[in-house]
Ligand binder design. Structure first.
Ligand code: ADP
Ligand code: MG
Length: 272
C-alpha cells in the first residue's frame, strides 16, 4: 500500500475487542463515514463472519459473491472483492458466514497469521489510493483478529461503559504484545474509545474515571454517547452520519474521525 500522492501509504486501523456488542462494527462504519467526510478515501474490511458492517453499509448477502474469506484464504483478486457502498469515498470488502471456517482452513498454512497482511500490502492495492483501511474484527482473539493485528498499523479498542468493561482488556493487551514480538513490532495502540456513554449514568462516570486513570492518554478524548439514532441507522443501511447527520451520535463520530485524522498530520503520539 505504498505511494499516495504525498508519498505516504494508507493507514491501516483494526477495530478490536474480543467482547461482542461493544461497538466495533458501529465504530467501523461511522469512522469510515467520518473519515470520508474529511476528504479521505476509505476501505472497510469486514472480517466478522456475522457480516454486520457489510449489512450496515447496504451490501445485501446476494451481492457478496466474493468476500474477505476469498481474499484471505484463497488469495482472490482485490478487484473481485472491493465493492462500492452508498457513500462515494467508502468501499468495502464484505464478509459472510464463509469466514466462520477460516481459522481452521488456514491452520496448516505456515503464513496463516500473515495472509491478511499480504493481501492488503500487495502492489495492486496502490491503485486504489486509500487513505485509511479499517478492519472490523470478530468478537474473539481468533486467528482472524491476529491477522488484523499483523496487518494493521494501529488498533482502536471500543470499550462499552459498563461494569467489567476493563476486565477483558488485559487479555487483549497480551495479544497485542505477542503480535508485536512475533510479527509486527511497529504495531501501535491507536486508543480506547468509550462507547454507549451515558452522562446521566453513575456507572458510566466510574468506568470513564477508571479508564482514564489506568490508561491516561490512551483513552480517546471523544466519547460516543448512547444514542438511539446510532442503533437505528444500520436497519436503514446507512451510517448515522448520513441517517441523521445532526444527531448526537453523528456529531460524536465526526469528532472521533477528526481526532484520529489530526494525529496523522502531527505524528509523535504518546504510547503506553
Ligand atoms: P460489536 O461489533 O462490538 O459486536 P456493535 O457495533 O454491533 O458491536 O454494537 C452492538 C449493538 O449496540 C448494536 O445493536 C448497535 O446498534 C448498538 N450500539 C452500538 N453503539 C451504540 C451507541 N453508541 N448507542 C446506541 N446503540 C449502540
Ligand atoms: Mg461487530
Amino acid at each position: 500500500v505504498q505511494s499516495r500522492t504525498d508519498g505516504s501509504r494508507a493507514h491501516i486501523l483494526a477495530l478490536a475487542n474480543q467482547k461482542g456488542g461493544v461497538g466495533k462494527t458501529t465504530t467501523a462504519i461511522n469512522l469510515a463515514a467520518g473519515l470520508a467526510e474529511l476528504g479521505n478515501k476509505v476501505l472497510l474490511v469486514d472480517i466478522d463472519p456475522q457480516g454486520n458492517s457489510s449489512t450496515g453499509l447496504g451490501i445485501r448477502p446476494e451481492k457478496r459473491k466474493k468476500t474477505s474469506y476469498d481474499l484471505i484464504v484463497d488469495g482472490a483478486d482485490l478487484q473481485d472483492v472491493v465493492l462500492p457502498t452508498g457513500l462515494p469515498d467508502v468501499f468495502i470488502i464484505p464478509a459472510n458466514a464463509d469466514l466462520s471456517s477460516a481459522d481452521l482452513d488456514i491452520m496448516a498454512n505456515e503464513k496463516r497469521s500473515f495472509l491478511l497482511h499480504d493481501a492488503l500490502h500487495q502492489p495492486a492495492m496502490d491503485d486504489y489510493r486509500f487513505d485509511y483501511i479499517l478492519i472490523d474484527c470478530p468478537p474473539s482473539l481468533s486467528l482472524m483478529t491476529v491477522n488484523a493485528m499483523v496487518a494493521c498499523d494501529s488498533v482502536l479498542v471500543p470499550l462499552q461503559c459498563e461494569f467489567f468493561a476493563l476486565e477483558g482488556l488485559s487479555q487483549l493487551m497480551l495479544t497485542i504484545r505477542d503480535v508485536r514480538r512475533s510479527a509486527n513490532p511497529a504495531l501501535r495502540i491507536e486508543g480506547v474509545v468509550l462507547t454507549m456513554h451515558d452522562v446521566r449514568n453513575r456507572l458510566t462516570a466510574q468506568v470513564e474515571a477508571d479508564a482514564r486513570s489506568n490508561m491516561g492518554d490512551l483513552v480517546m478524548k471523544t466519547t460516543i454517547p448512547r444514542n438511539v439514532r446510532i442503533s437505528e441507522a444500520p436497519s436503514h443501511a446507512m451510517p448515522v452520519l448520513t441517517y441523521d447527520p445532526s444527531s448526537k451520535g453523528a456529531i460524536a463520530y465526526r469528532a472521533l474521525a477528526r481526532e484520529i485524522a489530526d494525529r496523522r498530520k502531527t505524528p509523535a503520539m504518546s504510547e503506553a
